[in-house]
Design a protein around this ligand. Sequence first.
Ligand SMILES: [Zn+2]
Length: 264
Amino acid sequence: MVSRAVRPVALMVIAIAATVGLSAPLTPNNAADAAGDGFDVGNWTDPTGKQHRIRWNPCQPAVTFAVNPRQAGKTTAARSAAVADVKAAFHRVSNRTGITFSFTGRTTEIPRNSSNDSWSSRQKAAEIVVSWVNQSRPKYRSNLLTDSGSGYGSGVGGWMMRAWTDADGKWQAAIGRGFVVLNAGHNNIYQPGFGKGTTRGALLLHEIGHAVGLGHVGTTREIMYPTMLSREYSRYKDGDRTGLKRVGRPLGCIAGASDAWPQI
Ligand SMILES: [Zn+2]
């Protein structure tokens, strides 16, 4: 039965952020990891008990992203290389999720919460903002990157999801904003690019993975392992790829997402 009555839209906002550090404790994980799948995706249970994969609407024309590279390097060339790495990382995420990402340009925005507003309602430059931050300089600081007690992590990535009821009273949910914040104090630890070693490319793949809905896994070979390791290649591994697929295009469109989340 299809109800024609217009129902008030119920809107819920759910936010999560996941951090990565050089020595972050391993996060205990779920059955999927125990089974060796090597990925972690999230579900949200609506008030009727139905589960919804926590993900972006893969059918929106593009998920936009902007980059603030001001603290990414000391020279113009170093900052440009950082922007290029962000673009390359999104290209890889697109290949694995089937979601189109579109670069809107550089920004001076830094994702952070204010005393009144969530980062997600403050974000104007793009749907996902990637910014390097300097926690020792108030102007370039972000309160999204927290000190776990042993120092600030290398980065943090997260998303904001909204859930609503459609005209038939069915619940829908979609991520509509995301962020990646990277610690400029760790710039010297990460080699530019996606090559061998401990790389900025791997860090970006990890944090953007969070921004599209992936969680941590317990298998060291995956990029979503919560500690950055020196690697032979900086790329998504089998488990990561499976996870990206399961937050991506194969799950289909989310009706009404463009109304719940005005595109930036
Ligand atoms: Zn992480």
